[in-house]
Design a protein around this ligand. Structure first.
Ligand code: 13P
Length: 248
């Protein structure tokens, strides 16, 4: 399985940040390995610019959300097929910030994920516990129940990715211990194997939450970790490429 190093720019950057994409493209020209894939999910307004800047590069471009419907009267929303047509390869679904800011629920996330792969995109489905859940010893139960309820009804071979992002580790500089990350990912892997059999072993699992160049090697070296979903450190080409290099 390839390792995926994915950047989520969230609602950050200005048009001049597109120079970071150029720098990543240049960096990957010399650093690309077949075992590691690189993806940046910019604000959707820059999606087509980013796709154009990546022509001929191994860098892929994704989106941060999509609507569950294929089209229709949904002012302000964007469908998965529009993202696909614009050149996106992946779409992040159910990020905790969308769960919080837009009250997204597990069943909605499952429907969005289905819309994504119906349109030809690979959904990156996010799950993760709050600090309160972790302190109460409920992290594994909460995450596994989110996983079960967020998985789409789909064709057996439809591709998708799971990102475990503990909410309290996002943008805080805090991370779970390596043991806690591995333990959670092993639980997620076991649940996927129980549901999908052999295929469960091949569904990529990303870790996200304060991943940086200086902790990436340790986290990416764990069993059952197939990459990272990186927020703050993906905004600077230098840091993103440094994390990529740790994975290579
Ligand atoms: P940070 O890397 O900034 O903690 O963000 C993680 C994240 O939310 C990626 O989706």
């Amino acid at each position: 399985m390839q390792t995926l190093i994915a950047g989520n720019w969230k609602m950050n950057g200005t048009k001049s940040s597109l120079e970071e994409i150029d720098q990543i493209v240049r960096g990957l020209d010399t650093a690309t390995t077949e075992t590691v894939e690189a993806l940046i999910c910019p604000p959707v307004i820059w999606l087509t610019d980013c796709v154009a800047r990546c022509a001929g590069s191994s860098l892929k471009i994704g989106a941060q959300d999509c609507h569950e419907a294929e089209k229709g009267a949904h002012t302000g929303d964007i469908s998965a097929s529009m993202l696909h047509e614009a050149g996106a390869s992946h779409v992040i679904i159910g990020h905790s910030e969308r769960r919080q800011d837009h009250f997204e629920t597990d069943p909605l996330i499952a429907r969005k994920a289905k819309a994504a792969f119906t349109a030809g995109l690979i959904p990156i489905i996010c799950i993760g516990e709050s600090l309160k859940d972790r302190q109460a010893g409920k992290a594994n139960t909460v995450v596994l129940s989110q996983l079960a309820a967020s998985l789409p009804q789909m064709a057996p071979d439809a591709p998708f990715i799971i990102a475990y992002e503990p909410i309290w580790a996002i943008g805080t500089g805090l991370t779970p211990t390596l043991f806690e990350i591995q333990d959670m990912h092993a639980g997620i892997r076991a649940a996927l194997s129980a549901q999908y059999g052999q295929r469960g072993a091949h569904i990529p699992l990303l870790y996200g939450g304060s991943m940086k160049p200086d902790n990436a090697a340790d986290i990416l070296g764990l069993e059952d970790i197939n990459g990272g979903l990186i927020g703050g450190a993906s905004l600077k080409a230098r840091d993103f490429l440094a994390i990529y290099a740790e994975a290579a």
